[in-house]
Design a binder for this molecule. Structure first.
Ligand SMILES: [Ca+2]
Ligand SMILES: [Ca+2]
Ligand SMILES: [Ca+2]
Length: 299
């Protein structure tokens, strides 16, 4: 019996090392990166690994300016007016929770799902259609539990925004100008298309993940803007994000969604800095999520 137990332990250890070999024994230098917050990350080339069966992209250590400048809020107002007209409610105050702009730094790299979590990833096939469609109708707790089951976690607002806009502080994952053809938004054949968009992305509701490669962010993550809105870990609070005061004063009953979704006609909520707080129990056809994973995994 003892021998068998030892054999099992040996086998388990071997398995653990097997999976470690393809990931956690790699140092950043193995990817040819220093992963230091230097100008090097402005020329970042995506690094993709399958972690527990799901494609994830490496987000290097570094810093960015979280939140929106006055200039960006003016852009948000303009994008809102394009949809709701001059008389529509498109005040700067709607986006005021994106201010003040403040620096956020990551001293460790981390992994982020390349795509929104799909029905296949989530294990809901049969009930939900399409292997590659993003899983919707998930509460915050569902999202947290799924990420945990994969050895990861739901990304923070700061992690999400950094992966979307990068050290250059882009307004959208691809740049500073909105382009409806780069996202699954509400255009063309979408029922809620109020402004007679000239473009038609071909998807009236959700699209299979990765359908819009032109919308890929600097780290190689796709559909950060559009398709499904994405849960983040954090309770809703006033910036600056992340310090002790933030969590003490934040509204624990609400969590923040990022990136906008397929039903958005305008681009104001597709901006990488845009925040939208909903009840922690909210579940809807416009909300999904993606997971993060620590770079250095404790043994
Ligand atoms: Ca579109
Ligand atoms: Ca669409
Ligand atoms: Ca999305």
């Amino acid at each position: 019996v003892k021998k068998l137990a030892l054999l099992i332990i040996f086998f388990l250890t071997a398995c653990a090392q097997g999976s470690a070999d393809n990931l956690h024994t790699k140092t950043p230098a193995d990817y040819g990166k220093t992963l230091n917050p230097t100008s090097e990350i402005l020329e970042w080339k995506p690094v993709i690994e399958k972690i527990n069966g799901v494609k994830m992209v490496l987000v290097p250590a570094g810093c960015f300016m979280m939140g929106s400048t006055d200039e960006e809020l003016q852009v948000a107002v303009r994008l809102c007016r394009e949809v709701r007209g001059e008389s529509g409610f498109c005040e700067k105050s709607i986006y005021r929770d994106e201010q003040p702009v403040h620096r956020q730094c990551f001293d460790q790299p981390f992994w982020l799902d390349m795509y929104e979590v799909t029905n296949a990833d989530y294990g809901s096939l049969g009930t939900w259609k399409g292997n590659d469609n993003p899983r919707d109708m998930v509460t915050w707790a569902d999202a947290v539990a799924h990420c945990k089951s994969r050895g990861g976690y739901l990304p923070s607002e700061a992690e999400w925004e950094y992966a979307a806009r990068g050290p250059e502080g882009l307004w959208f994952p691809w740049g500073k100008k909105f382009d409806s053809s780069r996202v699954n938004s509400c255009d063309g054949d979408c029922e809620l298309n109020l402004i007679g968009h000239q473009t038609d992305d071909g998807y009236p509701t959700i699209a299979p993940v990765g359908s819009f490669p032109e919308g890929t962010s600097w780290v190689g993550a796709m559909d950060l803007a559009g398709n499904l809105w994405e849960w983040t870990m954090d309770p809703y609070g006033d910036y600056p994000f992340g310090d002790l005061d933030y969590f003490d004063n934040a509204d624990q009953s609400r969590r923040v969604l990022r990136g906008g979704a397929w039903f958005h006609v305008g681009a104001d909520y597709m901006r990488s800095a845009a925040r939208y707080a909903v009840s922690i129990d909210y579940a809807d056809k416009v909300v999904g999520f993606r997971c993060a994973h620590p770079y250095w995994e404790s043994p």
